[in-house]
Ligand binder design. Structure first.
Ligand code: ATP
Length: 429
């Protein structure tokens, strides 16, 4: 099957010219270049995807170096892996030397040697991702589809390439379900059986690789569908016995999406995922997935704050009291609690929810109008005295006791008249 016409229509003109130029340069070096993986799948499905992966039969790094020298591209080369990234103003292209992989033991990273396109396709996860399109002058546009990926696209099937696939690399269990849900496909019958059989093999995968796949899931449009399906298949408890994919998660993820920008969602989803965890559960989860220090802090804060929510369940709380209760927590942890506590009845109450929202939308942004320079001009010396004055001004501003700069000046001068710096205790600690 020849897809030359489809490529011409699918790729933006600039990208098409780049790809042809690379292929021309490769031909002069006696190398062959192919489009592979996601872009071939998405081209056949008619979905836009301009993250191009090119496989080179021959040295991809040398080819990329040559292309970079004759164009505006920035080159990022990984000699050890035989891969290179070419970064242009509007696009990046990934070039990889066609490789052959062998697995010494399940879950280990494979031993890699240079190989042919066929070797490169057989190491891939699913038939729909194991297709290539030739960019050579003689057979430009020819589809290479040894595992009948095009047919599986037509039948909406996710199919592994051989029976050891999931045990060689159990991250494919997570990938299979991600594609299944994203594309609205089904696991092919034998693939589904092998997936269930090999779920224990998830234990052989490093935390970094599991986390990476979980991040890819959480970057998707409706991650709750993937989470729910992983729970149904029995894969979710293998990652952590405390994870669950029930309706609560679906409802909270949906709410998170209505509140946050896409790039802020994955860390919020992580905090919601562990909302019902025990302290022991979360520590196990953080260690298993080797979660970064920053995200770990946010996730621990989520549970710490959850236990302290009753303190916020008083309608008489002043804004400054809410501020001092919440300022030590990561905003994403507060947001997770606000979403989780958005319930019509039961605890946490609507008052708690309102206080969390007030902090997130208003209180955390409140600043005094007077700055240090201006306070100096009023005769307040830099150091502890000024720190205390600023604290009192900030508290007054939070509670609406001052609103204008003039109000703040008046208050600052009255504090100075009280010889504020002799106060041994900080007023608000
Ligand atoms: P998307 O996730 O948007 O579909 P993609 O298909 O390009 O993008 P990537 O995760 O970027 O997916 O991987 C690129 C290609 O590498 C895949 O199409 C697949 O063929 C292959 N691949 C990735 N991970 C694995 C894996 N664990 N085992 C085998 N092949 C893999």
């Amino acid at each position: 099957m020849n897809l030359a016409r489809q490529i011409e229509q699918y790729l933006p003109q600039q990208l098409l010219e780049l790809v042809k130029d690379i292929s021309g340069q490769a031909a002069k070096r006696g190398q062959r270049v192919y489009l592979v993986g996601g872009v071939v799948r998405d081209l056949l499905l008619g979905y836009p995807n301009f993250d191009l992966d090119l496989v080179v039969e021959g040295d991809a790094v040398k080819l990329a170096q040559q292309v970079a020298e004759t164009s505006q591209a920035k080159l990022l080369a990984h000699h050890r892996f035989g891969t290179a990234k070419l970064r242009y103003e509007n696009f990046t292209l990934d070039l990889a030397t066609a490789r052959k992989e062998t697995y010494a033991r399940p879950g280990a990273l494979p031993a890699v040697t240079p190989g042919t396109l066929k070797n490169d396709l057989v190491r891939r996860d699913f038939s729909i991702n194991a297709m290539a399109i030739s960019l050579g002058a003689n057979d430009y546009g020819e589809l290479v589809d040894p595992y009948h990926g095009k047919s599986d696209l037509g039948y909406h099937l996710i199919r592994i390439l051989h029976a050891r696939s999931f045990s060689d690399d159990a991250t494919r269990i997570l990938r299979a379900v991600r594609y299944e849900q994203r594309l609205g496909f089904e696991l092919e019958t034998q693939t589904a059986q092998l997936l269930k059989r090999d779920i224990p093999m998830l234990d052989t995968i490093s935390g970094d690789r599991i986390r990476h796949e979980l991040e890819l899931i959480l970057k998707g449009k409706r991650p709750e569908f993937v989470i729910k399906r992983l729970a149904e298949l029995g894969a979710l408890p293998r990652i952590s016995p405390f994870l669950n994919g029930d309706g609560w998660i679906a409802e909270k993820f949906d709410r998170a999406r209505r509140l946050k920008k896409p790039n802020q969602l994955p860390s919020l989803y992580f905090c919601l995922l562990i909302y019902s965890f025990s302290e022991r559960g979360i520590e196990q989860f953080l260690a298993r997935l080797n979660i970064s220090a920053k995200l770990s802090r946010a996730m621990r804060d989520t549970l710490r704050l959850k236990t302290r929510l009753p303190l916020l369940d008083k309608s008489s709380l002043k804004p400054s009291e809410i501020y001092y209760l919440l300022r030590e927590y990561e905003p994403v942890a507060i947001q997770a609690n606000a979403i989780a506590s958005d319930e019509k009845e039961g605890t946490p109450s609507l008052i708690v929810h309102h206080h969390l929202q007030l902090f997130l939308t208003k209180l955390r942004y409140v600043r005094t109008s007077l700055n240090g320079e201006e306070l100096k001009k009023l005769g307040i010396s830099a150091g502890p005295e000024m720190g205390k004055v600023l604290q009192v001004l900030h508290k007054a501003k939070l509670d609406g006791e001052v609103s204008t700069k003039a109000d703040e000046k008046k208050l600052a001068l009255s504090l100075k008249a009280l010889d504020f710096h002799t106060d041994p205790e900080p007023p608000l600690e």
